[in-house]
Design a protein around this ligand. Structure first.
Ligand code: NDP
Length: 249
């Protein structure tokens, strides 16, 4: 039986990588809704994959007017929203010695401020009892070279799941956070010269206790659980999905 039949979901960054894996998993359990991104080409190919139970919204999550438009458009098309996945994000490398103020603002705007306001702007359009799913990173739990600021932003996102759940108790909106480890997405590839991608992924796979790096579908399965009634007793929970990399490697 479909766990999310006709539930309405919004997935930011649903046109690529983890967000697309989540959109596919929710759709396979019967959800409908919207994916959000800025790249029209990848939005179009994601919709070709998801089918017409999803719409694409070209919007920038760091822009407050765009955020309003995302939720207004979705609720006009489908009615009130049951699941919000605030997934859009990106890590950039830099150490405390070489990060500029502009680098700082850009990273924090996307990975923290936009997450906070994505949730805030969704609230008038969310059903009571709905589920907010945030995406952290295991960079919040262990130091990876030059991911200091990204890890700090994601640590704050992990806190937001608790804070939002507390703030929204009166509406029974629960927020939880999935914490992926290294996952095979276009973002991961951006850090590696094209000719080395396969070799680097193999090296990573060898150090992950589970023997492989993550796939977007690994995260999608957990998102289905958090979107469904199966997780109705979970508020502010952190779900680490990293093949054991954070604490066992
Ligand atoms: P991708 O680069 O594959 O996807 C990122 C998505 O975010 C894209 O769909 C992109 O769409 C969207 N996005 C980025 N900026 C904006 C913006 N300003 N407005 C709207 N959409 C935006 O990356 P991943 O799938 O790897 O990352 C997804 C999430 O998972 C991120 O939060 C990332 O930090 C987290 N994560 C990833 C890990 C990994 O190893 N891959 C590990 C841990 C966490 P577009 O380009 O069209 O704007």
């Amino acid at each position: 039986m479909s766990k999310l039949k006709n539930k309405v979901a919004v997935i930011t960054g649903g046109n690529s990588g983890i967000g697309l894996g989540i959109a596919e998993a929710l759709k396979n359990e019967g959800a409908v809704g919207a994916i959000v991104g800025r790249n029209q080409e990848t939005l179009d190919s994601a919709i070709a994959l998801l089918g017409d139970s999803f719409i694409a919204i070209n919007a920038d999550v760091t822009n407050m007017d765009d955020l309003e438009r995302i939720f207004k458009t979705t609720s006009e098309k489908f009615g009130k929203i049951d699941t919000l996945v605030a997934n859009a994000g990106a890590g950039t490398m830099g150490t405390v010695a070489n990060t500029t103020e502009a680098d700082y603002d850009k990273l924090m705007n996307l990975n923290l401020k936009a997450v906070y306001f994505t949730v805030q702007k969704s609230l008038p359009y969310m059903n009571d009892g709905s589920s907010v799913i945030l995406i952290g990173s295991n960079a919040a739990h262990r130091a990876y070279a030059s991911f200091t600021l990204y890890g700090a932003a994601k640590s704050a996102v992990i806190y937001l799941a608790k804070g939002f759940s507390s703030d929204l108790l009166d509406r029974k909106i629960r927020a939880n956070v999935i914490i992926p480890g290294t996952t095979d997405t276009p973002a991961f590839d951006k850090f590696i010269p094209a000719e080395q991608i396969d070799a680097v992924k193999q090296q990573f796979a060898e150090v992950v206790p589970a023997g492989r790096i993550g796939k977007p579908s690994d995260i999608g399965k957990i998102a289905v659980f958090l979107a469904s009634e199966d997780s109705s007793f979970m508020l502010g929970a952190e779900l680490l999905v990293d093949g054991g990399m954070t604490y066992l490697a």
